[in-house]
Design a protein. Sequence first.
Length: 75
Amino acid sequence: MAAEWAMRGYEASLDRAGLALGAGGLVGGAFAAVLVGIGSGLALVQLIVGFVIGVLITMMAAVAIGGPVWLLCHA
């Protein structure tokens, strides 16, 4: 019984970590798209590419910085 509750709490923790990673990636992508828009005008393809690259780099940075700390806290 206690193991089931502990596992449910762990799944919620993983779910929240995934949502936080996704939200952070979207914010980073939006910031990158704004910077691309300021630097090169409002070309749609460049904004989309800037957004996607910003999302990927932001998510990789969040995992690289927060991943080890999260693993230590949840081990």
